[in-house]
Design a protein around this ligand. Structure first.
Ligand code: SF4
Length: 222
């Protein structure tokens, strides 16, 4: 496992601001680093920070084919606003999944569904990269409380940056308002966390995700 000093020298990464983490990652890893965009307000912030500093920053999204219409609309809006193309990684079509695993797999086996529609495509997205950037924040859920701002991702064997790790919800909204950034309108309708249509309801933190089961993470980050 590479030591963080290999990337940032003697600097204490936890003392760096989000902007400094973004600059460090771009300086050391671009173009072999990409933002994982799930179209939450955190990614609106990171997209803005990254593209202001490096217009060629790579961005990818995992299309599960069951995202909200508002999410697909924001996807198009962000591409237009910044003049970028977000790379797409996706699982099998819904028809193929149903033929192999039966209908509505998300109801019967959400872990398998996430594995097929998210974890597999994430592996493909990260292949060939030296690092990835996420919008994970520590106060989103207890499972995220120890998220480092920048560190080695042992599971995927590359660097992982979460520049907003120590930001509060209000910090994010303040940045969004200051820069007049487009955000997913579902946030205003009570959805703090936005995933697939079948598994997301309004709620604070990640409480609106997989409300019918004990599941709280899709496995991308925890
Ligand atoms: S969030 Fe739900 S629909 Fe989306 S991949 Fe996971 S189980 Fe499937």
């Amino acid at each position: 496992m590479p030591a963080i000093a290999e990337l940032v020298g003697p600097t204490d990464v936890e003392s760096l601001t989000a902007e400094q983490i973004v600059e460090t990652v771009l300086e050391r890893l671009h173009p072999r680093v990409a933002l994982a965009c799930s179209f939450q307000k955190e990614e609106s912030v990171l997209l803005d920070m990254l593209l202001e500093r490096e217009p060629q920053t790579r961005v990818f999204a995992l299309d599960t084919h069951v995202l909200f219409p508002e999410t697909y609309a924001l996807w198009r809006e962000l591409e237009q606003r910044y003049g970028i193309r977000i790379e797409v990684f996706e699982g099998p079509s819904l028809g193929r999944q149903a033929a192999t695993h039966g209908e509505a797999l998300w109801e019967r086996n959400p872990d398998l569904c996430c594995s097929i529609r998210k974890i597999g495509p994430l592996g493909a997205a990260l292949a060939g990269l030296d690092g990835w950037i996420t919008g994970v924040r520590r106060d989103q859920a207890p499972s995220r409380a120890e998220t480092p701002k920048l560190g080695w991702d042992e599971r995927h064997e590359l660097w992982k940056a979460s520049p907003l790790a120590d930001w509060s919800d209000e910090d994010v909204w303040e940045y969004v308002r200051e820069r007049d950034l487009p955000v997913n309108p579902l946030h205003e309708r009570g959805y703090a966390s936005i995933g697939c249509t079948h598994c997301t309801q309004p709620g604070t933190g990640r409480q609106g995700r997989w409300v019918a089961s004990a599941k709280s993470e899709c496995g991308l980050h925890a």
